[in-house]
Design a protein around this ligand. Structure first.
Ligand code: ADP
Ligand code: MG
Length: 462
């Protein structure tokens, strides 16, 4: 650019790499380096092991609820003496600045001094030697507007804001995780991918932190748990810890615990009057025969309580077969249940996705020929299905009774009406999104946005 940069004493500019389309800056030829007024300045190590900083910018002094979470690599740290004589160590970042028709890389220090009435001070090194500053004029390079912040972000009910999110998963590349990450980023949020098993916790009176790779993790607005069955207990502890640092959890640890404990889940659902197959639970019963007869005439289904994906679920056609199976299970020293076989379900069940008390998608899974387990992992096939009103009610109530914001409720269509088989707190998204063409991941993130927005309003009124 050959034209000379002319600046007034205040100018609008944008910092595109930080996701800040409009900032009003005061031109300060008395300072060498530029400064940004940021909140919650936190260092973190990104997935490539580099030192980064995350901070919040509230671009408009008149609209404190308008905020952006920004991330940038740390370029340097430096002692800075401000105009009032105070010295502090500041993080320095390097980022692109667009001002009028000019674009250049500038150095910016981050500070959280409350007294700054402009969100940015533009120092000499950013202005450059070629610029002319006209102290009697404003906005020589044209005006921008804070309305530019509304363009990209999801929340319509309140000030647009992007959120600082974390997803807890050991499988960041699987369909469900990558869809959630993609949607969150698409809607302008920052999302950290955290391997639950690598988190460690500092629990104390003064502060609770989650550590990862040698550092305390920053605080998040919300956490999305995708905790596998093998990690339930530790995953719940990690989630509780995030909760106690102020993060909203897409499913709470206690609710995940209730759904994972099949015995407890069945008891809670039964107490709430939700339909389910006749079920008897046992650990290592002496009275095999009585246990089997509790659930009525054969055939009966036996399930290891630790079963997932249909692996520990077997059908016993006769009383004899059932008793031998109970004896075999007893030898395993495992918790199991015996359940009446719902024959009319005909090898099919309905998976209903409930988000925030609404049934948003449903598919019917049909088992392979000769198989009664409809799990997709057992070769079942899925297609979209329209729920009956009573199925819908049952699914929504089941999620509510367990306290789950997001749940995959499995229902058998029995002659006596819908019967809940299980409630999944980390439902897979691939089958349901593919068969129904519904963007479930987006609905999950939108629900999270709404909840966090409501929470932050409540916090402010406290
Ligand atoms: P898992 O947790 O291993 O998936 P489920 O309880 O969901 O175990 O059972 C797996 C599948 O077996 C179900 O999806 C359903 O198709 C079938 N099934 C389970 N229980 C019954 C039952 N009582 N009557 C008929 N079919 C059943
Ligand atoms: Mg199942």
């Amino acid at each position: 650019m050959s034209a000379r940069l002319e600046l007034g004493w205040e100018e609008w500019l944008s910092l595109p790499e930080l996701g800040l389309p409009a900032i009003k800056a005061k031109v300060d030829t008395g300072a060498k380096t530029s400064a940004l007024h940021a909140d919650n300045i936190e260092r973190f190590i990104n997935t490539d092991g580099e030192n980064w900083v995350r901070f919040i910018i509230r671009p408009s002094p008149d609209r404190p609820r308008l905020k952006r979470v920004c991330e940038a690599p740390i370029s340097d740290e430096r002692e800075v003496t401000s105009s009032n004589g105070q010295t502090e160590t500041r993080i320095v970042i390097v980022t692109d600045m667009i001002i009028g028709a000019f674009r250049r890389k500038i150095q910016v220090t981050l500070t959280n001094r409350e007294t700054m009435s402009y969100r940015m001070l533009l120092g000499r090194s950013a202005i450059g030697n070629d610029a002319a500053v006209i102290p009697t004029r404003s906005f020589v390079q044209g005006e921008l507007s804070y309305a530019l912040y509304s363009a990209k972000v999801g929340i319509k009910t309140t000030e647009p804001q992007n959120l600082s999110l974390a997803i807890l998963t050991r499988e960041p590349k699987n369909y469900s995780s990558s869809r959630l990450i993609e949607v969150a980023r698409d809607r302008g949020h920052n999302i950290d991918v955290i391997n639950t098993s690598r988190c460690y916790l500092s629990v104390g009176k003064e502060h609770s932190e989650v550590h990862y790779d040698g550092r305390a993790l920053p605080t998040y607005d919300a956490v999305i748990p995708r905790i596998g069955a093998s990690m339930t207990e530790y995953g719940m502890a990690v989630l509780r810890q995030f909760h106690s640092t102020g993060a909203w959890c897409l499913n709470e640890a206690e609710a995940i615990g209730r759904s994972r404990d099949k015995l407890l889940a069945h008891q809670l659902l039964a107490r709430a009057g939700i339909g389910m197959p006749d079920t008897a639970f046992a650990h290592s019963p002496k009275d095999t025969r009585d246990l089997v007869s509790l659930v009525g005439e054969p055939p009966v289904v036996l399930k290891l309580l630790s079963s997932t994906q249909g692996r520990g679920v077997v059908l016993a056609e006769t009383k004899k077969a059932a008793e031998s199976l109970v004896d075999a299970f007893r030898g395993l020293d495992a918790n199991f249940l015996v359940q009446g076989f719902v024959k009319e379900a005909a090898g099919a069940d309905v998976r209903c996705l409930v988000i925030g008390g609404k049934a948003v998608a449903a598919m019917k899974r049909q088992a392979q020929a000769g198989e009664f387990r409809s799990n997709l992992h057992r070769g079942g096939t899925a297609k979209a299905v329209k729920l009956t009103p009573s199925e819908r009610r049952t699914a929504v109530r089941a999620a509510k009774v367990l306290g789950l914001e997001v749940a995959g409720v499995d229902i058998l269509q029995s002659a006596k009406g819908p019967m809940v088989l299980e409630v999944n707190s980390s439902p897979g998204l691939e089958g349901i999104e593919t068969s129904t063409k519904i963007d479930v991941a987006r609905q999950m993130i939108e629900h999270l946005e709404k909840k966090v927005a409501r929470l932050s309003i409540r916090k402010r009124h406290r």
